[in-house]
Design a protein around this ligand. Sequence first.
Ligand code: GAR
Length: 190
Amino acid sequence: MKNIVLFASGNGSNVQQITEYFRGSKEVNVACVVVNRKNIYVIERAKNLGLECYYFNREDFYNSDKVLNLLKEKQADYIILAGFLWLVPKNILSEYERKIINIHPALLPKYGGKGMYGHNVHEAVIENKEQESGITIHFVNQEYDKGDIIFQAKCEITQQDNAESLAEKIHILEKEYFPKIIERVITNKI
Ligand code: GAR
């Protein structure tokens, strides 16, 4: 059994989908959720899902071993960034090389980097009149959205689409693929 810890900063729909997908799994156990903001909906979701949720502030993340110690205590094998918007600190990166997986709501390397997250991404894609977008699942390194790509899936953008409808299409792709790709990486099928 491999333990995964989910990092999140917002709504938490990916946290919910991943947790529901692995419920009853013999291979993957969701150990807990780590958040970096208070008053975000993912905290409520974690509670409803029966998951422990831990809050850490910037100081805890970047100037202490508190998060790393929690990961060790939970015997975390993998970290999943499920809508987590900070860079992963160096102390965690060095212990979890190629064991941290992020999902990005666009086709990297386009529309990545600092400030490119969530709705900002969809607005930029629509603004540039792209004809397609999609999701990128990738390993995490010290730079925003730069680690090796594991998987991408695309969706079409029509003239009727706006940032909201594109977000909905992306959300469908995330739901369909993110848990499955996590499972394949963890069970060495990718
Ligand atoms: C997701 O669309 C995810 O791809 C994106 O944030 C959203 C979180 O939604 N991640 C990034 O933009 C990372 N750069 P959720 O909180 O409902 O899972």
